[in-house]
Design a protein around this ligand. Structure first.
Ligand SMILES: Nc1ncnc2c1ncn2[C@@H]1O[C@H](COP(=O)(O)OP(=O)(O)O)[C@@H](O)[C@H]1O
Ligand SMILES: [Mg+2]
Length: 234
């Protein structure tokens, strides 16, 4: 499991995370919810060592992550898909996918690519196209597929649904759910779209101003009118 203990992070004088603690269980989706500015992105960036933790820890199967170099994350089985769907637009879909296999070391084999194309038939159809021409939904599939090239056991997803049409969000979340069910992946799903995230999550952790204000089973959180109105906006 991924265990976050009393994690704190500051940007200069701005405290972005204060003593954040929770556990993301193996083979489950843990949704990290909260308003814009709550500290969700900072949480993922602190876990993967992109931002220095001021205190606390994040361990995966006993390994401390916050003081491990970010480039070593793939070799530890951790994949971070940042917000913003960054792809290299001058490269083809397939070349972008190949980059995802680098962190693991060794050559990218044709079957590694085929495994991704089986998950995302839309990417298979466009494998030779420049990433530049992809729609927002396709780009999200590409960054997810690129992360999966490293065969991670933990996937950290930062707002994958932002700006996508509801139908595409549903497809994307269905796919994430199938990865969890079929491959036992552990997912930390950062979302402002609480309703969709909770529909596939086992647990929901709500951040507000850098603190954990709720840590509940997803169906309890989604079914509690008071909590939903106070923190989730639906
Ligand atoms: N690079 C940065 N420098 C200074 N402050 C930052 C930086 N990134 C985020 N912050 C601040 O930290 C807080 C949490 O931001 P963030 O983690 O991006 O929240 P969220 O992802 O939940 O929207 C906000 O107050 C934000 O303004
Ligand atoms: Mg964010």
């Amino acid at each position: 499991m991924l265990e976050v203990r009393e994690l704190s992070t500051s940007y200069g004088a701005v405290r972005a995370l204060s003593d954040v603690s929770f556990t993301a269980a193996h083979g489950e989706v843990t949704a990290v919810l909260g308003a814009n500015g709550a500290g969700k992105t900072t949480l993922l960036r602190t876990i993967t060592g992109l931002v220095r933790a001021q205190g606390g820890s994040a361990t995966y199967d006993g390994r401390e992550l916050t003081r491990t170099a970010p480039e070593l994350m793939p070799s530890l089985g951790i994949a971070h898909v940042p917000e913003g769907r960054g792809v290299i637009t001058e490269l083809t879909v397939e070349e972008n996918l190949r980059l995802g296999g680098l962190g693991r070391g060794g050559r990218v084999k044709p079957e590694d690519l085929e495994r991704i194309y089986a998950l995302f038939p839309a990417l298979a159809d466009r494998r030779a196209a420049l990433a530049h021409v992809l729609s927002g939904g396709e780009r999200q599939m590409l960054v997810l597929g690129r992360a999966l090239m490293a065969e991670p056991s933990v996937l950290l997803l930062d707002e994958p649904s932002l700006g996508l049409a509801p139908r595409i969000v549903a497809q994307l979340f269905e796919l994430v759910q199938s990865l969890v069910v079929d491959q036992g992946l552990t997912v930390l799903l950062v979302e402002q779209n609480a309703r969709s995230a909770l529909s596939i999550a086992h647990r929901g952790v709500v951040l507000s101003l850098g603190r954990v204000v709720v840590d509940e089973r997803a169906e309890v959180l989604a079914g509690d009118d008071q909590l939903r109105h106070a923190y989730l906006g639906f």
